[in-house]
Design a protein around this ligand. Sequence first.
Ligand code: DI6
Ligand code: FE
Length: 416
Amino acid sequence: MNTLNELPSADGLWVGLRLAPGAAPGLSLPEGAQAAIAVEQGVIRWIGDAQAVPAGLSEGPRRDGGGALVTPGLIDCHTHLVYGGQRANEFAMRLAGASYEEVAKAGGGIVSSVRATREADEDTLFAQAAPRLEQLLADGVCAIEIKSGYGLSLEHERKQLRVARRLGQAYGVTVRTTFLGAHALPPEYAGRSVDYIELVCREMMPALAAEGLIDAVDVFCERIAFSLEETERVFQAARALGLPVKLHAEQLSDMGGAALAARYGALSCDHVEHLSPEGIAAMRAAGTVAVLLPGAYYALRDTHLPPIEALRAAGVPMAVSTDHNPGTSPALSLLLMMSMACTLFRLTVPETLAGVTVHAARALGLSDTHGVIAAGRPANFVLWNLRDAAELAYWFGQRPLRTVVRQGRIAGEGAR
Ligand code: DI6
Ligand code: FE
């Protein structure tokens, strides 16, 4: 796949487009009408009826979409994309019946990825993450969140976050970095979680924030990770630095994390299989997005569904993401996650499409620039070789992408 410098400009008038429902809120076209999008200097200048393009916008290259379905650029709002090694050996152990604990005792689990991440230098981490990013981009992803959390020391967390930034620059994709220093207790702090959390709050977070490496702060709040009190300590440190927070909340048990996160105005609470009615009410009041991660649910053979009906009834926005990570969700297709969100979680197709566009943008604090197609925004949209938007979630294992316009460039073309 080409990197940023080699990509052609998407400037010009795009015609022959069929807008997916919800792609351009506020725009209503006559039944069956095709849309046009004018791109100038990488920014959407105008979108509307292809039969009514204002004079002056028809200059420049004309780009025929051939009647393709068009959506906003997809957004993968929860990933742990940068890490060393992989854990297929653990997968085999688990298939043979080993429990998560037994795997951890044999040197596996998050700590084994920490070891491999610490051993790798920046260029090695970049080289390992780049092909994974390319897979996600081939599904029309135009913005992605990348968390740290496999370094667990200032030096190694910095390395992960720097690689995340470099990936964004190299591929011309919007990357939001999330500092997840409180992901697991590093081996050298065994039995001293209070001390480790202080290191996260007093040294790592301020230093990395000063280097411009942190867009948001996350914590793995769980019995096997960090407590509610430790989570709040991290949130206080984030607030003092003016950084937004999000949370791995109620994945395996109800810790009350979502309500705490909502009190801190969290952008999102993620996983939420065990989310309580109180958590839902707090998220609703705070405008916090629920990020659903069907890949982890599937890979862990979870059976405890997130409370979709209650979230829907409360009007809590629901996003959908890969949670790409080497342990519980080695997923490299956001379209597959859409399918799983529908099939496993019973989201509707419009819900799952909103979940990888407008609501995913909100989960990253990108509502003003990403998630919908509208004038004044950077040009991020995808043309699909599909008739019906439902096909985005219906097929799985297909790559129906026709053309992706990412950050104002023609960033990929599939089969016609
Ligand atoms: N929740 C998870 O399920 C993953 N991280 C997290 O915060 C697990 C990550 C791993 O096993 O490497
Ligand atoms: Fe995660």
